[in-house]
Design a protein around this ligand. Structure first.
Ligand SMILES: [Zn+2]
Ligand SMILES: [Zn+2]
Length: 276
């Protein structure tokens, strides 16, 4: 398996960081592909990573915060206009994802009508197959085994992380969460653990109440490193970096994590990839 960070940003717009989104590529030629979250600009980054919505076996959504799914409409419509036969896009997400997608399709109604009217060979609208997941669910996605674990991002509920296993390798995709029992199960003995993080020491210095509010529902870099150590993770991959560091600050970020974790630490840039 290969994990590609498509977007390492946050709600704060950044020319170098797309919104939160991660791609898993597996199988022959990396053509088995799964998208985890669909943040701002993820379809552009997919193109850069040798992927396209039409190649996706499925989409896994961790929670309904806008930064994690605002580009889902782009994934849905691009998959639709690039398929030459009716084929559903499979989407898994927490309770509420079905309503979100239904409303997205409703909003896209005019576009869907225009394209069907204009293209003789297109006589169907976007097809989606939605599964609302619960903690404890597991399912097969091509050659991958996926299990769903509860996370804590209160007041955002429900939130989940996905553990993806294939040929003895484990990728743990956590989404936004503070340390919790579900996160421990999700990351246990993972080869790679992808965690959205904030630097709480830096965020605390920002004299803006709305920034202070984010401290209580994200993992800090230290907490992600502690989670990785507690659960014997091999590689810790940090994404959704707040405040977004410049490359010359990566050593400092890595040092903060290394105080609590001895394994490999990856500070994510868009299109960083980690092979398992
Ligand atoms: Zn969130
Ligand atoms: Zn987020």
């Amino acid at each position: 398996m290969e994990i590609v960070l498509l977007g390492t940003g946050s709600p704060i717009p950044d020319p170098n960081r797309a919104g939160p989104a991660t791609l898993i590529k597996a199988g022959e030629g990396g053509l088995e592909q799964v998208l985890i979250d669909a943040g701002r600009g993820c379809v552009m980054r997919m193109a850069a990573a040798g992927s396209l919505p039409v190649l996706l076996s499925g989409v896994l959504i961790t929670h309904l915060h806008s930064d994690h799914l605002c580009a889902l409409n782009d994934v849905i419509t691009t998959q639709w206009v690039m398929t030459n036969e009716p084929r559903p896009l499979r989407i898994w997400g927490p309770v509420g994802i079905e309503r979100f997608v239904d409303r997205t399709l409703d909003a896209l109604g005019p576009d869907i009508g225009y394209r069907i009217a204009h293209h003789d060979d297109l006589n169907w609208g976007p097809l989606v197959e939605i599964s609302e997941v619960q903690a404890g669910d597991s399912f097969e996605l091509g050659s991958m085994q996926v299990s769903v674990h509860p996370t804590v991002h209160t007041p955002v509920e429900p939130t989940v992380g996905y553990r993806v296993e294939r040929e003895g390798k484990v990728a743990a995709l956590a989404g936004d969460t503070i340390p919790c029992a579900g996160l421990d199960q999700l990351t246990e003995n993972a080869d790679a653990y992808v965690q959205t993080v904030i630097r709480d020491d830096l965020v605390k210095l920002v004299p803006v109440e709305r920034m202070q509010d984010i401290l209580d529902y994200h993992s800090s870099v230290e907490q992600a490193a502690q989670t990785a150590t507690r659960n014997k993770v091999k590689t810790l991959v940090l994404t959704h970096l707040v405040p977004a560091p410049q490359p010359e600050q990566y050593d400092e970020w890595r040092a903060v994590a290394a105080q609590h974790f001895n394994g490999e630490i990856v500070i994510g840039d868009d299109l960083t990839s980690v092979s398992l």
